[in-house]
Design a binder for this molecule. Structure first.
Ligand SMILES: [Zn+2]
Length: 154
């Protein structure tokens, strides 16, 4: 089995951590729509991989972000962190849901750096992954980032 196939299999096994469709919150559709609109603003001339994200604060406000690439590549910032940092910079604290939208058949999860940042500010929030064709999966942050490092260690 090639390394690529092994990774795909591991990824598919992780799907079992997804939250089932019961208790689907209609507000998730609003969050997905916001992330989808933010994706339109992605600055991704190098990868052409456009991502949108939206975080819902416990106050009810929604903050969005898109990926912002840079010619250095390394300075690129993901949509999730843009959304969270926008919210934090406007004084918001406490979030209960995050949506991530990309144009991929296998839904795009937050990268490792974003998981760490999301845990810092969102704790065990729900993460809703969606594509442009209406496919949706939901996860808890604790499934995406088991045994996280956080302030409880400091
Ligand atoms: Zn990321």
């Amino acid at each position: 089995m090639s390394e690529r196939d092994e990774r795909r299999e591991a990824r598919n096994n992780a799907r079992s951590d997804a939250i089932d469709d019961a208790h689907y919150d209609a507000h998730y559709d609003t969050l997905i729509a916001a992330a989808r609109m933010a994706r339109e603003h992605a600055h991704a001339p190098y990868s052409n991989f456009r991502v949108g994200a939206a975080v819902r604060a416990k106050s009810g406000r929604i903050f969005t972000g898109c990926n912002v690439e840079n010619a250095t590549y390394g300075l690129t910032l993901c949509a999730e962190r843009v959304a969270i940092f926008k919210a934090i910079s406007e004084g918001e604290r406490g979030f209960d849901a995050v949506a991530v939208v990309a144009d991929t058949d296998a839904l795009t999860p937050p990268c490792g750096s974003c998981r760490q940042i999301l845990w810092e500010f969102c704790g065990d929030a729900e993460v809703i992954l969606a594509n442009l064709n209406g496919k949706v999966e939901r996860y808890r942050m604790s499934a995406l980032l088991p045994k996280p490092f956080d302030q409880s260690f400091l």
